[in-house]
Design a protein around this ligand. Structure first.
Ligand code: NDP
Length: 387
């Protein structure tokens, strides 16, 4: 009999966390929740703990009151160190990192150094610290598995092929809710409009990133580090139906695509079960119901965050971490009504223009660049006047 693998779900109360727990529910004989974490959502985490009875439950926000927490078989802990403890717990085989933002980097590094499989939804880990993440995996014996649907698609398409045979990665993008909007319309976009994604139901930050196409730039950088493909051979194309999750072109001109109705449960399951494919109950693909599949170029003039992010990737060093931090600050300000929708890209651009460059030799370099970019973007946003 196969022993169930211990899983830590970092960000269990979020959208990916929910998909992951649905996967665990269908395969209790294969996966059991050992650690569940949230940031400060006490009722949400308490409900998950009652249902899944993990060994350890963590609220990453050190301010979250432990007096609010229940007892039972689960040990409760708070703070960043407790998050690392969850990611490196001896009973954990697989860490699903579904945190939002640069906060995901340190748990990813710790888990890889501890030799865990890391199912990575937190793309910001690779964007901010790509070289450090690869080094941690090599040194600690840990293993990275993509969870992002595009990267899972690419990973599935390249199974059985040699790295030298991969010619081009083509990432698909839904285009978000403003795919065809005019610049005038984009200037008027409010948070409520941007939070309505046409094809995916996700957390707030990635939904805004999808609307600005910053998300696609983050994914290009993520793909570069995950698959070792140069930026010049990674492209993005708008595919409004979100049926084809990405494509790979091989040396002989053959192109493989992975497809299905949008759901994050399948990529999560594959990241947990790889190299096996386990049975799964979900809405089965129906090509007729999917209808016509269409493709359009990315409108870089209307969505400059995409161009800025790819340029930061090409610049290398800490530039992607600067791009990411400025974007996090600008998205938070947009959701609070303190900056316009086009102002998100303006804040990123201003921050990147002021960045004088810096290599990425250690985590300290990333943390320094991240803190500098947050301060710089906040200053830019503070000087804006919103009409
Ligand atoms: P959500 O906002 O839905 O959930 C985020 C989770 O992380 C929550 O449990 C939240 O806790 C916790 N969290 C947030 N910030 C912190 C922090 N600073 N420290 C510790 N915990 C924190 O996000 P998603 O599930 O949508 O996204 C998670 C990651 O997966 C992102 O990197 C995203 O880009 C990526 N991703 C998401 C997809 C999706 O379909 N949602 C698809 C592909 C990638 P609390 O509830 O207490 O706030």
């Amino acid at each position: 009999m196969i022993e169930a693998k211990g899983v830590a779900i970092l960000g269990a109360t979020g959208s990916i966390g929910e998909s992951a727990l649905a996967v665990l529910d269908q395969h209790p004989e294969r996966f059991r929740a050992v650690a569940l974490t949230a940031n400060r959502n006490v009722p949400g985490l308490r409900a998950l703990v009652e249902r899944h009875q993990p060994r350890i439950a963590v609220l990453a926000d050190a301010g979250a009151s432990e007096s609010l927490l229940g007892g039972g078989a689960t040990r409760w802990a708070t703070g960043r160190e407790a998050l690392i403890e969850a990611a490196t717990h001896p009973d954990v085989d697989i860490v699903l990192n579904a945190l939002v933002g640069a906060a995901g980097l340190e748990p990813t590094l710790a888990a890889l150094r501890a030799g865990k499989r890391v199912a990575l939804a937190n793309k910001e880990s690779l964007v901010c610290g790509g070289p450090l993440v690869l080094r941690a995996a090599a040194e600690g014996g840990g293993e990275l598995m993509p969870v992002d649907s595009e990267h899972s698609a690419i990973f599935q398409c390249i199974q059985g092929s040699r790295a030298s045979e991969v010619q081009r990665l083509i990432l698909t993008a839904s285009g978000g809710p403003f795919r065809s909007a005019s610049p005038d319309r984009l200037a008027e976009v409010r948070p409520g409009d941007a939070l309505r994604h046409p094809t995916w139901d996700m957390g707030a930050k990635i939904t805004i990133d999808s609307a600005t196409l910053a998300n696609k730039a983050l994914e290009v950088i993520e793909a570069h580090f995950l698959f070792g493909v140069p930026y010049g051979r990674i492209e993005a194309v708008v595919h409004p139906q979100s049926i084809i999750h990405s494509m790979v072109e091989f040396a002989d001109g053959s192109v493989l695509a992975q497809m299905g109705f949008p759901t994050m449960e399948i990529p999560v399951l594959y990241a947990l079960s790889y190299p096996e494919r386990l049975p799964y109950t979900c809405r089965r693909f129906d090509p007729v119901a999917a209808g016509a599949l269409t493709f359009e170029p990315v409108r870089e003039d209307c969505f400059p965050a995409f161009r800025l992010g790819v340029a930061a990737g090409l610049a290398g060093g800490c530039a992607p971490a600067v791009f990411n931090a400025a974007n996090e600050i600008a998205v938070a300000a947009f959701l609070e009504g303190r900056v316009s929708f086009p102002g998100i890209a303006s804040a990123i651009e201003d921050t990147l223009e002021r960045w004088s460059g810096g290599e990425i030799a250690s985590l300290g370099d990333v943390l320094e660049a991240d803190a500098w970019a947050r301060r710089t973007a906040k200053t830019f946003i503070g000087n804006q006047v919103l009409c």
